[in-house]
Design a protein around this ligand. Structure first.
Ligand code: P6P
Length: 298
């Protein structure tokens, strides 16, 4: 079953179907760009002061231009741009991290694209629960998309003709001993995080942390188990991961797959986005593991 056939079978409206066709084209182009493009620096910085790579800028350009051409998309926001941008009269809005973990591309590790779709005329004031759909694309040995239109979670793989064919339906996340402990440096000053990481180690959990949130969450979704943690500490109490561009789209996928995602206290999907760059600590994965994080990090 192709992506288009799946979306039609789910009764997705023409506009959302069209937006996913745009995403399919963008993911295929970004996958090609990663293979052939310069992995060097763009000589620019994003609004977070993070050095942009040529690939960051190129991926952002690919998505921006394709969304501009889609009559249903009226608003976009990108992690690589300073603010949200009107791109037409469409009712739908797309927010994205065009190439999350891009610095991993120059050491040939998997990277990804993260997209959330809303029906809104501004992202200020939305919460992740308002998303109509979300998607992650992983550029690894193969190019894949995992997505939800809030009717469960499915995976598609790009074939040699650029078509996306379903390879896993009804993705479910249960329990299991696998952990992806982000921001481990926080355990040097946060006794509670040190205790939590020690628990996972003492219980002989399998460590699976790549430094790329997309492949790390992709792994938890596909293995059907595990926990990804990224706490804050010191002068970054909310960590580094953005609600709008990273945490909300991933949290929708995880909850739709039967997992959970909180900031240590409340569901990430309930958190109101007051600023586009707003960050949040995140504990996402198997339900019982998220509960354990909340107990340890109360
Ligand atoms: P750290 C990549 O830069 C990213 O935004 C996420 O993809 C990843 O999970 C996190 O940052 C890694 O952060 O602090 O381990 O480098």
């Amino acid at each position: 079953m192709t992506l288009s056939e799946y979306l039609k079978e789910q009764g997705v409206d023409d506009a959302l179907h069209s937006i996913f066709m745009t995403l399919k084209e963008a993911v295929a182009s970004i996958a090609e760009a990663i293979k052939i493009s310069d992995k060097g620096k763009a000589g620019t910085e994003n609004i977070y002061g993070e050095e942009q790579l040529a690939l960051d800028v190129l991926s952002d350009k690919i998505l921006g231009e394709l969304f501009k051409k889609n009559e249903h998309v009226g608003l976009v926001a990108s992690e690589e741009l300073p603010d949200e941008m009107s791109v037409g009269e469409g009712e739908y809005a797309a927010c994205y991290d065009p190439l999350d973990g891009s610095s991993l591309a120059d050491v040939n590790l998997a990277v990804g694209t993260i997209v959330g779709i809303y029906k809104t005329d501004t992202f200020v004031g939305v919460k992740g629960d308002d998303q109509l759909a979300s998607m992650i694309a992983v550029y690894g040995p193969s190019t894949t998309m995992i997505l939800t239109v809030k009717k469960g979670v499915v995976k598609f793989q790009m074939d040699d003709k650029g078509e996306f064919v379903m390879c896993k339906s009804d993705i479910q996340v249960g329990e299991g001993k696998m952990f992806a402990p982000g921001n481990l440096r926080a355990s040097a000053v946060r006794e509670d995080y040190l205790k939590l990481v020690n628990y996972w180690m003492k219980e002989q959990y399998t460590l699976r942390y790549s430094g790329g949130m997309v492949p790390d969450i992709n792994q938890i979704l596909l293995k059907g188990k595990g926990i990804f943690s990224y706490p804050g500490y010191g002068d970054t109490p909310d960590g580094k991961l953005r609600i709008l561009f990273e945490c909300a789209p991933m949290s929708l996928l995880m909850e739709q797959a039967g997992g959970a995602s909180t900031d240590g206290k409340v569901r990430v999907l309930e958190k109101i986005v007051e600023r586009l760059d707003q960050r949040t600590p995140i504990f996402i994965g198997s339900k019982e593991e998220v509960k354990r994080c909340e107990e340890y990090l109360g």
